[in-house]
Write a protein that binds this ligand. Structure first.
Ligand code: WT7
Length: 649
């Protein structure tokens, strides 16, 4: 935050939606303009209208919004259920429509209709109830991307339990921390999951994690890989046995609008991950509405968002948004390059995917793999493309547009966060003239602005902080169990506005361009990592005295991690090359492979200010091979920098 954000990019190319797309779009220009105006002149009326049109309510609300900065309550007095909205309400018209198409890594396929999904969710809801899971109890879901993962989420929300999905690529340590923070009673997992032909031992990780967790009473295991696992009879239950005699009759609970829906952990600047808490009605409303507006979902569409359910994109735009809209959502268990780089395009061809939503890091990897993988397949079913997770550089945008979209598909570059619950800034595909590298404009109802430290708007083309000035329905309600951290993290830095750490600029046409994170949270392959977390993991190694981790630009990952490490003894340095590998693996084991540093550099000391704060800006320059720029006068010992530069191991 102590650095100015400078923006150097200036994009002149623009792309208008085709007439054909415009004609059929869910949202047209006149309606868009009406909505923008309505949100400005009658804020609560705007949300009322959306909530009446898009959601099934058991009971209507009495009050739209109670705003007590930074705490919001929406649709107070209303009763609804997200599982009901995703399933029951479609049964009359769509019971035979495919809700999910699942592709396993080994090529297996399961197609599940709305009626079948409803049955499975009811069956599993009853099983959870029988185990004694109650409203507001927390259930951790640690699974591969298989239909049972989606069924588990919907069953939890059906009975009012709060799910906390932990990404299956996370280590047992990360899992244990998350279980302990949420005090989960039940863990749903699988014997294993497939990843590039290997079995990920999920159940084994759960067993080891639970040695550190006392809250968990039951573990439910889906049989997926049939690898050998240990069963603890008093604690462990097979999913298929548990549900075998379960009834299909289950009435969705009528839950308060503000009933807690899920917790999802995201990285913060301090070691401990933050449990982002979302609640029922507001989240449901915005994920439903944005699916309709941004993805232009039609009844005939087959939609594929490539995210895992362990991330918020998987929650909002694999499960809840699409199912609440009655769409067909495809899920794929495996890696994009398994068995080869043609896998995604083959899935698109075979399933006639119409809408495809993925991340810039994947797009860059496909660019590198080469267009010959794409040319083999027929992608003519595609009509809309999306991108999420980090800024998409104009070069990748153009590549996506030309090679995947065949210059015909609008691209929606959607900006949002775990905290925002749903998309806040994005093109509307039938309306917006897009520019590569820009997420374009805030959606109706979203009051975003680019401001300086004092909260005042900055002039066009100048970098500043991206803030949201009014509450929205799918905003996080708090950091689970820590209201003060919620206030400090998001509402203290810029007065009167929500700030979650991104720099941005508006260009001279008012287009929003995202400039990346401004604090010590960085994005590697589209996933947020806290440099603090990686540092504390390094310091937990017996040889390490101190560590500072920074990001540097990387062609495919977007950013990669460089760790500057001070060892406890000089002797340890003799083993440096081996030790570097050992430390990398140590982090991978403690946090998960995505957090593994790309470079380890040993140093005698770290550059610090006189008050003892590590000057990461300088380390970032070194890691990215740049000259040190900017002020170094607060540095305690300038020679540290010289030594670091000499010492390139
Ligand atoms: C951070 C949130 C949102 C779902 C996946 C990530 C970055 C996200 C964009 C975009 C530029 C983007 C931001 C944001 N980000 N989308 N279209 N353009 N940056 O959720 O892990 O909570 O990460 O991702 O830095 O703050 P998340």
């Amino acid at each position: 935050m102590d650095e100015n954000i400078t923006s150097v990019l200036s994009e002149k190319r623009t792309f208008s939606p085709s007439n054909d797309f415009v004609k059929q779009a869910n949202l047209n220009k006149a309606e868009y303009e009406r909505l923008i105006l309505k949100a400005k002149t009658d804020f609560e009326g705007f949300w009322t209208e959306l909530a009446e049109k898009n959601i099934f309510w058991f009971k209507k609300w009495e009050k739209v919004l109670e705003w007590n900065e930074p705490f919001s309550k929406w649709f107070i007095g209303g009763k609804t259920n997200i599982s009901y909205n995703c399933l029951d309400r479609h049964l009359e018209k769509k019971s035979d429509k495919k809700a999910l198409i699942w592709i396993g890594e080994n090529g297996e396929k399961r197609e599940i209709t709305y009626k079948e999904l409803f049955n499975e969710v009811c069956r599993f809801s009853n099983a959870l109830l029988k185990l004694g899971v109650k409203e507001s109890d927390c259930v951790v879901i640690y699974m591969p991307l298989i239909p049972e993962a989606v069924i588990s989420m919907l069953a939890c929300t059906r009975i009012g339990a709060v799910h906390s999905v932990v990404f299956g690529g996370f280590s047992k340590e990360a899992l244990a921390d998350r279980i302990n923070d949420s005090k989960a009673k039940v863990v749903i997992t699988a014997d294993g999951g497939y990843r590039r032909g290997q079995v990920v031992p999920l159940k084994l990780n759960v067993d080891e994690a639970l040695q550190r967790c006392s809250s968990v009473e039951k573990v439910i295991i889906v049989q997926r890989t049939k690898n050998k696992i240990e069963i603890k009879p008093e604690r462990d239950l097979w999913y298929h046995e548990l549900t075998a005699d379960s009834s299909l009759e289950n009435k969705a609970k009528e839950l308060d609008s503000e009933h807690p829906l899920f917790i999802l952990y995201t990285s913060g600047t301090t070691g401990k991950p933050k449990g982002i808490l979302h609640t029922t009605a507001g989240y449901l409303l915005w994920t439903t509405v944005t699916t309709k507006w941004v993805f232009d979902i039609k009844d005939s569409d087959v939609y594929w968002c490539t995210a895992d359910i362990g991330w918020v994109t998987g929650h909002s735009y694999v499960v809840y948004g699409p199912l609440s809209s009655g769409a067909t959502s495809l899920i794929y268990e495996g890696a994009p390059n398994y068995p080869d780089w043609g896998r995604f395009w083959e899935i698109i061809q075979e399933n006639k995917i119409n809408i495809f939503y993925t991340a810039p890091t994947a797009i860059r990897a496909f660019m590198k793999a080469g267009v010959e993988w794409i040319k083999k397949y027929d992608l003519s079913s595609l009509r809309l493309l999306g991108s999420v997770g980090e800024p998409i550089n104009p070069e990748a945008w153009m590549w996506y547009h030309e090679n995947i979209g065949r210059k015909k598909c609008p691209i929606v570059d959607t900006w949002w966060q775990t905290e925002t619950g749903g998309i806040l800034i994005s093109p509307l595909p039938g309306i917006t003239v897009t520019k590569p590298g820009s997420a374009t404009f805030p959606l109706p109802g979203i009051f975003a602005e680019v401001v300086n430290q004092d909260g005042n708007p900055v002039p066009p083309e100048q970098g500043g902080f991206l803030v949201i000035k009014k509450p929205w329905t799918s905003m996080l309600r708090t950091v689970y169990g820590d209201d003060e951290r919620y206030r400090q993290t998001y509402w203290k830095r810029i007065k009167g506005a929500y700030f979650a750490g991104d720099g941005a600029k508006k260009d001279s046409d008012g287009y929003f361009c995202l400039l990346g994170r401004v604090d010590d949270v960085i994005k590697v392959s589209g996933h947020l990592l806290s440099t603090m977390e990686v540092e504390s993991s390094l310091v937990s190694h017996p040889f390490v005295a101190e560590a500072a981790v920074v990001g540097y630009p990387h062609d495919i990952k977007g950013e990669a991690l460089c760790a500057f490490v001070v060892l406890k003894t000089v002797e340890a340095l003799h083993a440096a090359p081996l030790l570097a590998e050992e430390l990398k693996n140590h982090v991978a084991k403690e946090i998960g492979p995505i957090a593994k540093p790309d470079q380890i550099r040993f140093t005698e000391s770290l550059p610090k200010t006189r008050s003892g704060k590590i000057m990461r800006r300088l380390l970032r320059d070194i890691a990215s091979g740049k000259q040190t720029t900017g002020d170094t006068t607060t540095l305690e010992d300038i020679s540290v920098i010289e030594k670091l530069r000499e010492n390139e191991l």
